[in-house]
Design a protein around this ligand. Structure first.
Ligand code: NA7
Length: 531
């Protein structure tokens, strides 16, 4: 049994920075409990071939310390999974974080003990911790979604999910591989497998929009430039809606005739990055402007993919561009010109079951050596609810969120005193370049705890009213976007059967969100219950 001031669950970006803030700035007795064997969170688990971040490397890290920022050098435009892990190890070594982290311990329950104002946290290896503050830093995309397809346990070959990729290298040589899922992950894995396997059969349910990443090595000049402009870059990232290094222009898609508009799209297409959506100011909010982007992307797919049937399947979009997470790719569309790649349209021929030998759709059985599920996550709420958290009066979080997550700013939950969530539902989280949002969240939590400690307060809790108002703000903000026009998306919880359907992240942009957070801090948390 161990008594702590603060216990943080998860040793990814958020857990590591939160540990530094609470231990080193507030001098609290703090411990991180991590399920994995090492630090990294999302980047510890997602080791699949082609795993790479979609944010530009020099923006994908911490900016609170100029020294830490400048002593690390990103060498490619987008960082690979193992490079991000190296970065986090560098970060952890600089701040000597590992000594306050326990690994291979999975939190199985957390219960608030009212009379002692303590959280009792239990782990799978029977350890018990008591802590005043409990911080969930478990990541938004950590709880994997393995679809419940009939016969899944009968398959005799190897079956893997991208989010729990085995440490041991998988041999694809001379193998026939079936891949289910064509989101950000699937679009990264497929071209890598197509390079190595005898055959790749890609099972697509819905097509996704994908922009060429145009990854490249950073030149010495690029590196010098981003380091020299550290302060400017930091301020810029904090000013933009998504924490990315681009702004939306003033011009609408309709300020130009079709020829000029397509020239501008072409320029963005050649440039790469997630900034394609900011070619014009109205792509993400006006359906007609959005359609011009859709038409451009379709024309690119048709001019790349030689097999007309495949091009039709890849362009049969059921949502506006950006209504689901837009993806970046390296040779994804080009891959369909390879002889060893086959595309199966699950809209036309859905999967009936998984057999001993492979995948059976209503058009026949595909014999496979391996199946890869790139089928995503129980996003935002999944990893938090798995912790089995019980608050005041025995209220269980799963039950309290049974109709969808209720929180204030995504940070605090009614009935759960001194429980903080980093980048959870109700915060901009997955709609941003996540480390930028994490830094803002962790700073807010740290300041809040500092206030409580300085004023000798026992606990902080949000009211139901404040949480309700925040939920309303989320729903009002989403109306100004095209997100709800996606028939099915994990932003709305559609990908998990039985999950409540509600828009999960905060869609109003980082600057607005941050100003709300600052307001609460400046008001000395008056709208919250402090005792
Ligand atoms: P996503 O974006 O949720 O993509 C999952 C993919 O798997 C998507 O193409 C789904 O099709 C497909 N899927 C899910 N379940 C099934 C079943 N049962 N049958 C067939 N196809 C299925 O997850 P990712 O891992 O790619 O990306 C998640 C985030 O991680 C990403 O945004 C980055 O931030 C990092 P659907 O579109 O639902 O028809």
């Amino acid at each position: 049994m161990k008594y702590l001031d603060a216990l943080i669950i998860g040793a990814g970006f958020s857990g590591l920075y939160q540990l530094h803030c609470l231990r080193d700035k507030l001098k609290l007795n703090t411990l991180v409990v991590e399920e994995g064997k090492d630090i990294g969170g999302t980047w510890y688990w997602n080791t699949y071939p082609g795993a790479r971040c979609d944010s530009e490397s020099f923006t994908y890290g911490f900016t609170f310390s100029e020294k830490i920022f400048k002593n690390w050098t990103w060498k490619e435009r987008y960082p690979k999974q193992n490079v991000i892990l190296k970065y986090l190890k560098y970060f952890s070594n600089e701040l000597k974080l590992k000594k306050n982290i326990v690994f291979n311990e999975k939190v199985i329950s957390a219960k608030y003990i009212e009379k002692n104002n303590l959280w009792k946290v239990q782990t799978n290896n029977k350890k018990k911790y008591y802590t005043k503050y409990l911080i969930c830093a478990v990541g938004s995309l950590s709880s994997i979604n393995v679809p419940k397809i009939k016969g899944i346990n009968h398959f005799k070959g190897q079956l893997h999910h991208s989010g729990r990729w085995p440490r041991k290298k998988i041999n694809f040589k001379n193998k026939i591989v079936g891949q289910v899922g064509t989101g950000s992950t699937g679009i990264q894995i497929a071209p890598e497998i197509a390079k190595r396997a005898k055959k790749l059969i890609l099972f697509q349910r819905s097509p996704n929009f994908s922009i060429p990443a145009r990854n490249r090595k950073l030149t010495k000049k690029n590196i010098k430039n981003y380091k020299q402009n550290f302060k400017k870059l930091r301020n810029f990232l904090k000013r933009t809606p998504g924490g990315h290094p681009f702004e939306f222009p003033k011009k609408s898609a309709f300020d130009f005739n079709e020829t000029k508009r397509n020239l501008l799209y072409e320029k963005s297409w050649q440039y790469g990055t997630l900034s394609f959506r900011a070619t014009f100011n109205d792509i993400v909010k006006n359906i007609k402007a959005n359609q011009t982007a859709v038409n451009f992307i379709k024309s690119k797919i048709y001019s790349t993919v030689k097999n007309k049937k495949y091009a039709d399947i890849l362009t049969n979009f059921d949502h506006p561009f950006t209504a689901k997470r837009p993806t970046l790719n390296t040779n994804y569309y080009e891959m369909f010109n390879k002889k060893n790649v086959e595309l199966v349209d699950l809209k036309q021929s859905p999967i009936i079951k998984i057999t001993k030998r492979g995948i059976k759709t209503n058009k026949g059985e595909y014999i496979l050596d391996k199946i890869i599920f790139a089928t995503g996550f129980d996003a935002l709420t999944g990893s938090i609810l798995k912790l089995n958290i019980t608050g005041k009066k025995g209220i269980n979080l799963s039950k309290f969120w049974s109709k969808g997550p209720k929180s204030f700013l995504g940070l605090l939950v009614p009935n759960f005193p001194n429980l903080f969530i980093v980048s959870g539902p109700g915060s901009p989280s997955v709609l941003t370049n996540v480390p930028v949002q994490i830094e803002q969240h962790v700073n807010w939590i740290t300041n809040c705890i500092k206030y409580l400690e300085k004023n000798r307060k026992k606990s902080i809790e949000t009211t139901n009213l404040a949480a309700k108002k925040w939920q309303k703000e989320i729903m009002n903000s989403v109306k100004k976007t095209l997100f709800m026009k996606a028939k099915s998306s994990w932003y709305k919880g559609d990908n998990i059967p039985g999950k409540p359907k509600t828009f999960l992240p905060y869609p109003g942009g980082m600057p607005k969100y941050k100003s709300e957070c600052i307001k609460v801090e400046k008001n000395k948390y008056k709208e919250l219950k402090i005792s």
